[in-house]
Structure formats: C-alpha cells, structure tokens
Design a protein around this ligand. Sequence first.
Ligand SMILES: [Zn+2]
Length: 193
Amino acid sequence: MQLQHLPYTPLRITSGFGPRKTNIAGASTDHMGVDIGTDKSKPYTATDGGPVTAALPGTVVSSYYNNLRGWVVLLDHGTIEGQNIKTLYQHLKQAGSAVGTKVKAGDRIGTMGNTGVGAQLHLHFELRVNNTCVDPEPYLKNIKEVKTMENITLDEAKRIVKEKAGLDDNTIQYLLFYKYGETLVKKIAVAVQ
Ligand SMILES: [Zn+2]
C-alpha cells in the first residue's frame, strides 16, 4: 500500500504516532496519528495554514466538528491490497469537503487550522487499515522520496508512465515535462503504449 500525495506540504512531523506525554488538557496520550506542522516559508496566520489535500483517491464519509478533534474530514479509499484504507484529517480551520464528495489524490479537502484541542496550528493525520490506526510516518516519507527524485533516468521515466508508481498525474507531468521536454514525453508515451 502506498499513499499517493502528502496531506500537507512540506512534510514536517511535529509529533509522532504512539504513546506520548502531553501538557495539553484533553489531548490524547496515545497518539493515533501524526501531527504535521505548518509551512514556515509562507506567511500563514495562527488559524490558517493553507491547503490540506487527499492522500489517496476516495470519498468523504465523515465531515463534522467536535470539541476534541475540531473540524474533521474522514476519507474512505475502498479496498487496497485486500484491506480497507481510510485517512483522517483533523483540526481543520472550518468545515472541509462534504460527505459524499469524491476526491482524487492531491485534491484539497480542507484548510489547516487549530480547531479542537491543540496548542497551535497543525494537521493531525491518521491512516486507518481495516479501521485500526497505524503509523502513517513511513508511508508519508515514502511519498516524499518519490516526489523529490532529482536524477530520474529515461528508464525510470518510462516505468513511472507505465505503472504510474503511485504518483498523481500532475507529478508525472512535472517530472517528465520539465525534465525532458515535451518531445521526449511524447516519445515515452508512444514507447509505453
Ligand atoms: Zn495529533
């Protein structure tokens, strides 16, 4: 199983998965996801951290507010490699995408905020496999590696086009177009047909 898109860019994990100590009343001591901090290169405000995006294609199955989680969006990605995969995005600035909305990987489903229990602006992200939370960090880091590939070879480019390698269309287009130019992209497209 591979996530296709970071829920927030850049990936800066401020609190990992699992048991933790916290001074914040109401915050969980057994952390069911990871916290991702805001993009420091942008002049975001204390309540608005910019786009939160879908990690995989799927459907919004919950979109709600509660005092603990704040604004939440839960996506169901269906069955991948025999297991049900869901991702959850919490502490959004305001109501995210509505229940029933179909999304592609990378589609914006909300805005990073600080609603619910939390010290500061961040995204709490959960990965649920058969409705059990697992550590999303290795999956998130795997995406990052693929996306920052600097010295892609022609063979790798062909493979990516062929298998899509868990990348979204924009990323493929970026890698191929900007690395090799349009002519070569057309050649590759013919070669992999
Ligand atoms: Zn958290």
